[in-house]
Design a protein around this ligand. Structure first.
Ligand SMILES: Cc1cc2nc3c(=O)[nH]c(=O)nc-3n(C[C@H](O)[C@H](O)[C@H](O)COP(=O)(O)OP(=O)(O)OC[C@H]3O[C@@H](n4cnc5c(N)ncnc54)[C@H](O)[C@@H]3O)c2cc1C
Length: 372
């Protein structure tokens, strides 16, 4: 792998998480010279549900990243569970994949190395100027600068891009359980004020995430309210320590200014329950590379807005169900009575249905709820 300090580069990427590496790979494929700096060293871990939906799998493939070849665990659809009710739908095409976050990072670091990306691990970026960045005490000149430094982005602040159109936060806590997945679906277990979602990440391990608005809430506190899930998890032969993170719903007014662009969580995010964070950043990476090639980041601004619309809509729907228990119960019963409604909702979620079809599905769902 190319590594170490350089004094100039076409593109300097601040942050070597999934977003930074995805941009680096996309820009290298357009023949830009690219340097990535991250203050941590690989493989970098992070609280994540570790599920990638079929649209995310396709977006990763477009960057030359094959999750299946890296041993990720496929899942065929989504199952919603609440008390005794369980409704499920398969994806319209393809499968999603579950994969430990560290395994995904390792895979992306390898792909970046193959693409010829220069990397600086254990190197903090401490300042931004018009024509470059300060990293590890040295100045590196760069024509383009990409902030991929996560939800608490400092680059966002330095570039004056902090203004939000919308902001909301929840808290997620993740644990791995050593147990063979009991289902080929990703499961979302709904409870009052929280959800637990379960993703198979290998033939012998699952990833379990609790997500709620209360930062003090932990899996062990709420599990008694999910007896069926608690019973299954009790059979696990081991459990990792818990890792927490903020699941922000954040839409920025702007994601680029001059020669600086933001990507991934630095550029805003959708609630983690959608499982669309990684898909979005893979798609944004390609959009940035297109704009760099065109020499104009304003194209990226428009593409970023377009890419975010569908996941934001899905997040709004899921958060509506989170807040309104009686409505959620009626919706889940309507899905149970007419499984096609859930299939179409899932098709919209993974980008296989238009907004018009979505409106028609919404009307059919409303009618089902009124008449059942
Ligand atoms: C609880 C939870 C569950 C989730 N579940 C899913 C899911 O199932 N599926 C899904 O697709 N998405 C999920 N997401 C969202 C997904 O995890 C994020 O969208 C994704 O991690 C964002 O990646 P990133 O590269 O933008 O940021 P990060 O992964 O946060 O990377 C930012 C990097 O920048 C580095 N950095 C920061 N500042 C500096 C600096 N000054 N100098 C150098 N380096 C710096 C950091 O060290 C870090 O490595 C979940 C999120 C949460 C919180």
């Amino acid at each position: 792998m190319t590594s170490g300090l350089t004094h100039s580069t076409d593109v300097f990427v601040i942050g070597g998480g999934p977003a930074g590496l995805a941009v680096a790979i996309a820009a290298r494929r357009r023949r830009f010279e690219v340097t990535v700096a991250d203050r941590s060293a690989p493989p970098i871990d992070k609280a994540c549900g570790e599920g990638i939906m079929p649209d995310g799998v396709a977006a990763a493939r477009a960057l030359g990243i094959s999750l299946e070849a890296a041993g990720a665990r496929p899942f065929g659809g989504i199952r919603f569970c609440e008390q005794d009710l369980a409704v499920e739908a398969p994806f319209p095409h393809g499968v999603g994949f579950g994969m430990r976050r560290t395994a995904l990072h390792k895979l992306m670091v390898e792909r970046a190395a193959e693409a010829g990306v220069r990397t600086m691990w254990g190197a903090s970026v401490t300042g931004l100027e018009r024509d470059g960045v300060w990293v590890a005490g040295e100045f590196v000149r760069a024509r383009w600068i990409v902030g991929a430094d996560g939800g608490n982005s400092t680059v966002r602040h330095w570039a004056g891009l902090d203004a939000c159109a919308h902001q909301n936060r929840r808290y997620g806590f993740r644990s791995h359980y050593r147990i063979a997945p009991w289902s080929d679906f990703m499961e979302i277990h709904w409870g009052e004020g929280c959800q637990i979602y379960v993703t198979p990440v290998s033939g012998a391990e699952i990833c379990v995430v609790l997500i709620s608005r209360d930062h003090r809430q932990r899996l062990d506190h709420v599990l008694p309210r999910f007896p069926e899930l608690a019973r299954r998890l009790a059979a696990a032969s081991g459990r990792s320590s818990e890792r927490g993170g903020v699941s922000a719903s954040r839409r920025l007014r702007r994601v680029s200014r001059g020669n600086v662009a933001l990507v991934g969580d630095a550029s805003g995010s959708v609630d983690a329950i959608t499982g669309e964070g990684l898909c979005l950043l893979f798609q944004q990476a390609v959009a940035i590379a297109d704009s760099l090639e065109a020499g104009d980041l304003s194209h990226y601004q428009a593409a970023h807005r377009r890419l975010g619309r569908r996941p934001e809509l899905m997040a709004d729907l899921m958060l509506l169900l989170d807040r309104h228990g009686p409505l959620r119960s009626r919706v889940l019963h309507a899905f149970a009575d007419r499984p096609r409604l859930l299939s179409r909702m899932l098709a919209l979620h993974v980008g296989e249905l238009s907004f018009l079809d979505c409106a028609a599905n919404g009307l059919a769902l409303g009618w089902q709820m009124l008449t059942s």
